[in-house]
Design a protein around this ligand. Structure first.
Ligand code: FES
Ligand code: FES
Length: 215
């Protein structure tokens, strides 16, 4: 019986609202259950100082270890170009570059990137001159609502680097890439979803960006 009450309370907590717990549950919760739950809770870890180097500028922060890189970028630093779509690694809207590699910033903690080189969509243009990938997206109308676009653009920048390094994908025939086919582009961009379905133009933009980059 005691276990049943505990799991019901935990389930209610997962729905993110303590107000849904019926008041009588609170009254019937034995003291030793409350004590057991308190013991299971992870210990509080205070905010940690860290330096995030973003787009060439150092940002000194004090953040709790549980804060994702995405939330640090958007809510603490104010770089809202990086978008939060699913917040669980499924859509790619939050893609940024860390030391040139693309990652989902919602799936990683800010404290893990102390001192590393982070590039967001805000850091790609050179002054008023858009990055060639941004220009290609504009030239091909590779967006409708544009919500997925910062992640698509960052992912494409990393894709071009992967191509330059000769990295194979799951659909590459042989060990090295010989041709950037549509199949290759779709496979390499499969982590970035576009709810508007602008894929055809995104593929065209990536082809153009790759040819500008000499690939
Ligand atoms: S918000 Fe990070 S993958 Fe969707
Ligand atoms: S342009 Fe709207 S989600 Fe891609």
């Amino acid at each position: 019986m005691r276990e049943r009450i505990t799991s019901r309370r935990i389930a209610a907590g997962r729905r993110c609202t303590t107000s849904r717990i019926h008041p009588t549950d609170e009254k019937t919760m034995p003291d030793d259950d409350q004590h057991a739950m308190a013991q299971q809770a992870p210990p509080y870890v205070p905010p940690q100082p860290l330096t995030l180097r973003i787009n060439g500028t150092d940002h000194q922060l004090l953040v709790e270890p549980r804060v994702s890189l995405l939330d640090a970028l958007r809510d603490r630093i104010g770089l809202t170009g990086t978008k939060k779509g699913c917040d669980r690694g499924q859509c790619g809207a939050c893609t940024v570059l860390v030391d040139g590699q693309r990652i989902n910033s919602c799936l990683t903690l800010a404290v893990m990137h102390d001192g590393r080189e982070i590039t967001t969509v805000e850091g790609l243009a050179q002054g008023d001159k858009p990055h060639p990938v941004q220009q290609a997206f504009m030239d091909h109308d590779a967006f409708q609502c544009g919500y997925c676009t910062p992640g698509q653009v960052c992912s494409t920048v990393a894709l071009l680097r992967e191509l330059a390094e000769g990295q194979a994908s799951a659909v590459t025939r042989g060990e090295r890439l010989v041709q950037l086919s549509e199949e290759e582009i779709r496979e390499r961009m499969s982590g970035n979803l576009c709810r508007c379905g602008a894929y055809q133009n995104i593929v065209a933009a990536i082809r153009t960006a790759a040819s500008v980059a000499g690939q």
